[in-house]
Structure formats: structure tokens, C-alpha cells
Write a protein that binds this ligand. Sequence first.
Ligand SMILES: Nc1ncnc2c1ncn2[C@@H]1O[C@H](COP(=O)(O)OP(=O)(O)OP(=O)(O)O)[C@@H](O)[C@H]1O
Ligand code: SF4
Ligand SMILES: [Mg+2]
Length: 344
Amino acid sequence: MSIDRATRTSQSTVERSGSAPLLEVADLRVRFHRRGRHVHAVNGLSYRLHPGRMLAIVGESGSGKSVSVRSLMGLLPPTAEVTGSARLDGLELVGMPEKEVRRHRGADIAMVFQDPARSLNPTMRVGDQITEAVRAHTDLDRVQARERAVELLRLVRLAAPERRFHEYPHQLSGGMRQRVMIAIALGARPRLLIADEATTSLDVTTQAQIMELLLDLQERLGMAVILISHDLGLAASYAQDVIVMYAGRAVEQAATTELFEHVRMPYTRALLGAIPTLERPAHTLLPVIPGQPPDLASLPEGCPFRPRCASATERCGEAPPFVEHEPGHWWACWHPATDEEATP
Ligand SMILES: Nc1ncnc2c1ncn2[C@@H]1O[C@H](COP(=O)(O)OP(=O)(O)OP(=O)(O)O)[C@@H](O)[C@H]1O
Ligand code: SF4
Ligand SMILES: [Mg+2]
């Protein structure tokens, strides 16, 4: 695994982080009401994201990654109750009326998902789909919007954009379709792009190409990117900042280089232990982390990781607060690893 890319980019964006944050999330909570049960999907998430920076949110399946970002876009069902605050350039998104949310969705915040085949309309040429997205968010006429669509295909580095413009989704490979989805997302020049497992279904080489593209767009357009992934290795290679989520909470958060040099939380260490390396190839890995995440409908008392944690003591019966223990490095744990223990 290489974190050189993140090291390089974290230096180039540090100066920019002096600017005002684009997104400020504070104590975000999402509860689903279902058949008399309350599912606590997100339980007090707080972070700041600056323009031109990539933040990765990582964690196991069901940790609340997708719900936390979908709540920013008004993409949750009516059974969801969202509280707390999420400000985009000072504009409060939580509790915003649906009509207004729709105006911002796509225009200020855009999202790309895991499965481009399902997100694209199979009966419509890809160029027309991008043109529609451009027209929905700008006042360009049809001819100008088509020109912009070809430009966008070029921007996402799709070879032979004029020819591809006239093709249908089934004529493109998975990687090309994801490039088209990114072009659609960029149609309105969003300030924040959310990639939710956007490369998960792609082979390793195509995954790396799409990640390089996202990084390039982030740098060139000054866009902020949230990368949602269960893969801490991928996050480390591309994002400058990482939030590790467990049971709907942030449990560790830092700049990528800091996190990897001084990992504190036992859960993050366990996730790191599951990353293949040259010395430890994927086929020799133990099952990711023994045990199951807690039932979000009846969260246990104390630290939610306690039943699976080798470092747990009686003290962990009380929930550890999520605190900035070292400059820029936050974690929630009573027994963090020391520097000697921290190297996985
Ligand atoms: N519409 C819904 N109604 C009820 N519960 C929901 C709904 N959507 C999500 N959840 C629950 O919220 C929790 C968090 O889900 P979320 O999709 O955010 O997880 P995730 O971290 O993105 O997982 P994955 O890696 O599998 O995508 C899960 O327990 C899920 O079952
Ligand atoms: S607080 Fe205790 S149970 Fe929770 S991660 Fe830390 S050591 Fe483990
Ligand atoms: Mg998800």
C-alpha cells in the first residue's frame, strides 16, 4: 500500500485549509423509525471539509457512511429523522424544505454511486444524458449544453469523446460508464462531489484510474470530495483526511499521514491489519475483524466496539468521548495505542 500520493497532496492543500470550510457537519444524527423500532444509523458525527480537499469516510458495512452523506442531499426516506447541523458554505441543509434541497442537489453537491450501469438510462445516448444534466442546472441552450457535454467527456478523459457522445451505456466498459457518471455529476459544477463506493465494482487498474481522475478534478476544479469506502487502503492512497466510522460514530479522525503513523484506536488498527501488503498478501488475511457490529436498534452501553475489542477493560463500560487528543488527531477510546504499538 502506498500513501505517497496522499502525503504529496496533503502538503499542497494544507495552505488552502486556512480558507473557510465548505462543509461543516456538527452532531449529525439520523434515526430510522421502523415498526416501532428506532435504528440509530448516525450518532453524532462532526467534521469540517475545506475546498480542494478529499476526505475519506471508512468503516465496515452498516456503519452509517452512506446514510450520513445521503442526509446532506435529502436522499433519505421519510422514515428518517435527521438532527444536528450540516452547513454548506454557511447554508443549513438539515431541515431544509424538499423543494430547496432539490435546487442544491446536483448543483452544489453531486454524488456518484457504486453501480453506474444502474444509474444510467440504458435507452438514452450518454451524450444526451450529460446534456440533460447540464441543462437542468444551467441556462445554456441545447447547442451550448451539447458542447459543454463533449467538454465534460474530455474533462473526465474519455477517449474519442465526440464518438462516445452518441453511444449507449451498454457500449461502454464499467470504467467508461463511471467516467460518464462523473461527467453528469460535474454538469452543474458542484463544489462538493461525493463518491460512494464509486470504484468498488471496478477491477484494480480501472479503480486506480478513476481515483486518479477524481484527484485530478479535485485539484484542477478546487472541488471538495468525500470518498466513501470500506477500504482503508484506498482511502490512504488518495484522501488527505480520514474519518473512521463505527456504529454510526466517528471513532478516529486525522490527516491520512498522521493516522497511519500514529494509529490509536483498536478498531482502526484492526481495519489496518486487514489491508493486504507485499509481506501479507490478500489470501493470507484472517477474517477482517472477529465478531459483529452492534445492533443499531439497541446500541450497547459504553464503547460500541467493546464486545470485539482485545484492549477492553471495565472502564469501557462508559462510552469514551470523541476528543482531539493530539493536534488534528481525534479519537474515542480509553486505551489508545502508544507510538510503539501503533505500527500495524
Ligand atoms: N431506509 C432505511 N431504513 C431503515 N434503516 C436503514 C435505511 N437505510 C439504512 N438503514 C440502516 O442504517 C445503517 C447504516 O446504513 P448505511 O447504508 O449508511 O451503511 P454503510 O456504512 O454505507 O454500509 P455499506 O458499506 O454496506 O454501504 C444500517 O444499519 C442500515 O440497515
Ligand atoms: S474504549 Fe475500550 S472497548 Fe472501546 S475501543 Fe477503546 S479499549 Fe476498546
Ligand atoms: Mg454504503
